[in-house]
Design a protein around this ligand. Structure first.
Ligand code: MG
Length: 219
């Protein structure tokens, strides 16, 4: 954990302890609050590349526009890093997310937990503000479970976590099994490709997520 992340987490924990006990919603950004794949593809096309989402993976699906073979993993990763440093502030928000989360926030604390390159911090924070998502942001790297555990302990009430990626949901289940988990993949095309797990309830969209979140946070 970097110093910046430690500051993020420390501030979020202090914010929660001041409100404890409180219900807590911990919300991912990419493909939960924002349409990451669409935004990354649009940005790539300005650089002679594109995403061809034929499978639920990222780096193996970056292609130069006229190429038949995917870009080298190192090249795809470099584009990914550059997108987060300069392009991720123009992503579209997931339908219904802002309004639903505002209603959740009337009765629960909300923390945004993103695994993203450190270089995305300012653009990502600005993006959240502009969309009307003015919640504390933690820019994390690596396993989310220990962070979720610390947040839930600080809040001291029922907690729920929403993410698109099974490894993050698995990590939450391992480290913070008392926290309710929901899988949401905001992009419809990506949703059809995304693996599901019987361990984590899956919802189609924010309209379905909101009552499930509300129920989990009032139990
Ligand atoms: Mg995500």
């Amino acid at each position: 954990m970097s110093d910046e992340q430690a500051v993020d987490l420390g501030e979020a924990l202090a914010h929660l302890r001041a409100r404890a006990p409180t219900p807590l919603a911990i919300i991912d950004v990419d493909e939960v609050l924002g349409l990451f794949v669409q935004g990354f593809d649009r940005w790539l096309r300005g650089r002679g590349h594109e995403l061809r989402m034929t499978s639920f993976r990222l780096f193996g699906n970056v292609f130069a526009v006229d190429a038949e073979a995917p870009a080298d993993k190192a090249d795809a990763q470099a584009l990914f890093q550059l997108y987060f440093a300069e392009g991720c502030g123009r992503m579209a928000v997931a339908p219904g997310a802002v309004e639903a989360l505002a209603r959740v926030a009337e009765r629960a604390a909300v923390v945004i937990l993103t695994n993203a390159p450190e270089a995305s911090r300012r653009l990502r924070g600005d993006w959240l503000e502009r969309q009307g998502l003015p919640y504390p942001l933690i820019v994390n790297g690596g396993a989310k479970g220990p962070v979720i555990r610390a947040l839930a302990d600080a809040a001291g009430g029922p907690a729920a976590f929403v993410d698109d990626l099974l490894p993050n949901l698995d990590s939450a289940a391992e480290h913070a099994p008392q926290v309710a988990r929901f899988q949401l993949v905001a992009d419809p095309a990506l949703r059809a490709l995304a693996p599901a797990s019987p361990s984590h309830p899956r919802v189609e969209d924010w309209a379905e997520l909101e009552p499930r979140l509300a129920a989990a946070l009032s139990s």
